[in-house]
Write a protein that binds this ligand. Structure first.
Ligand SMILES: Cc1cc2nc3c(=O)[nH]c(=O)nc-3n(C[C@H](O)[C@H](O)[C@H](O)COP(=O)(O)OP(=O)(O)OC[C@H]3O[C@@H](n4cnc5c(N)ncnc54)[C@H](O)[C@@H]3O)c2cc1C
Length: 416
């Protein structure tokens, strides 16, 4: 079958990988000059089944009110005259109930655990290097009550297959020596050995190269302009350079997906949510974390990516604006420097921003569409790197008409 994948982010490239394994003739289109150059470029690096919960959580409406109007708030909501954003926001709030939060966590955990279990086979088959660290993730706490609350929640995740270990201060120091030279006053942590970390950009580039060697065609530097239809079939895709036909089309254009789905009559509630990261060179320094960390107080994640420390976080609802806000990115850098002053050369820190493709329930959209030959694999929000492998595998299952390897009945467009 001829399959056209729209988007060469980590999600589109991984789908292309599984599709070529099934023997299809695969073409991938992306407007950038290579794979993984937009949201998949400098994310937090965490492969985190342990944190597969959505942002729409019971405490979030309260936090949003608390942060309202603060320019340095971890979540910045810029009010716009955009009914789609308002409807999205109401749906987001509706998903903040304890029941919906748990339902959505279970869906994400299912995808994340499968994804995590598929990664070793990809590494083994392709030999790609992406500064992968199979050392788990450590969530750190400075307040006993918060740690106890988190331990209780993690007990629920353990019942679903995501084991954890609660550590006291000494346990954290034993696991992460970077805290020995940090002024940070931590009291304990939760360690999940199942998690990993790595560079999603390097992974995308490496996997795309492997796929190209296997016969996948990559059309870089081409901007999709329209998806054309006839009745219940997609007939072609027009770019600024050419028109492409295929038997099946896969939508993996991240935050930009809804712009091309709307003219087809498909409403996919995906909002771009801007985040920032800071990458600090660590060569010659010995105070950077050696494993991936989640700091819930500062709403930041840390990943050790080779001789670099990546720090990522913050959320900003501001449409498709990708401008660098020095204040927001700078505050991530300053916090990281305060916590780990000997981590690296902060004067050479690289600042980056990207748009998370967010659904209101925090679960991606994977499944069929009203068009016989258009498959959705998009809307991965905060977890696209974590879920790329299962999403690609499931996309290949759908294209092949196979029974999906895990239940996908509740993660398609129908739920909206
Ligand atoms: C600050 C930050 C930290 C994050 N941390 C983590 C983390 O630690 N772990 C995790 O799992 N996830 C994390 N994420 C989320 C993760 O990065 C995303 O979910 C993931 O990158 C989405 O991948 P994608 O392929 O769907 O989108 P993208 O990477 O954006 O790919 C979409 C592709 O479509 C292409 N495209 C768009 N429009 C067009 C067009 N008109 N024509 C042609 N091509 C087009 C783009 O060029 C792009 O390459 C983070 C995100 C941010 C912003």
């Amino acid at each position: 079958m001829r399959v056209l994948v729209l988007g060469a982010g980590v999600v589109g490239v991984t789908a292309a990988y599984y599709l070529q394994k099934d023997g299809h003739e695969v073409t991938v289109i992306d407007r950038q000059d290579g794979a993984g150059l937009e949201t998949s470029f400098a994310n937090g690096g965490q492969i985190s089944p342990s944190q597969a919960y959505p942002w729409a959580a019971p405490e979030v409406p309260f936090l949003m009110l608390k942060w309202l109007g603060r320019n340095d708030a971890p979540l910045l909501y810029r009010m716009r005259l955009d009914p789609k954003l308002w409807i999205w926001s109401l749906r987001f709030l509706a998903n903040c109930t304890p029941g919906n939060f748990m339902t959505n966590t279970v869906k994400n955990l299912r995808l994340s655990l499968q994804s995590r279990s598929l990664l070793p086979a990809i590494r083994q088959e392709t030999g790609i290097e992406y500064d992968c660290l199979e050392k788990g993730i450590l969530q750190i706490y400075r307040d006993q009550k918060e740690l106890d609350k988190a331990a209780k929640f993690n007990d629920e995740l353990a019942k679903l297959g995501c084991e954890h270990e609660v550590l006291d201060k000494a346990g954290v120091h034993a696991l992460e020596p970077a805290y020995d030279s940090s002024p940070d006053k931590i009291i304990g942590g939760i360690y999940t050995s199942i998690d990993e970390s790595g560079d999603a950009h390097k992974f995308s580039q490496g996997l795309a190269k492997y796929c190209a060697d296997q016969g996948v065609t990559f059309r870089y530097g081409e901007t999709v302009q329209a998806i054309n239809k006839d009745g219940s079939k997609i007939t072609s895709v027009t770019t600024d350079k050419d028109t492409y036909t295929a038997d099946t089309y896969v939508m993996s254009m991240g935050s930009y997906s809804p712009l091309f789905l709307r003219p087809l009559g498909i409403k996919a509630p995906i909002q771009p949510v801007k985040g920032y990261s800071v990458t600090v060179p660590t060569a010659g320094h010995n105070g950077a974390p050696t494993i991936s960390l989640t700091d819930n107080d500062h709403k930041l994640v840390f990943s050790r990516i080779g001789e670099r420390m990546r720090v990522a976080g913050t959320a900003e609802f501001n449409g498709y604006d990708t401008e660098m806000n020095d204040q927001r990115a700078g505050s991530i850098r300053d916090t990281a420097q305060k916590l780990f002053p000997n981590a690296g050369d902060f004067s050479k820190a690289e600042l980056w921003t990207g748009l998370r493709p967010m659904t209101p329930d925090g679960v991606p959209i994977i499944g069929k569409t009203p068009y016989d030959n258009l498959i959705m694999n998009t809307g991965h929000g905060t977890l696209g790197w974590t879920m790329c492998a299962s999403s690609g595998q499931l996309t290949a299952d759908l294209v092949a008409g196979r029974e999906p390897t895990i239940d996908i009945s509740d993660i398609g467009l129908e739920r909206f």
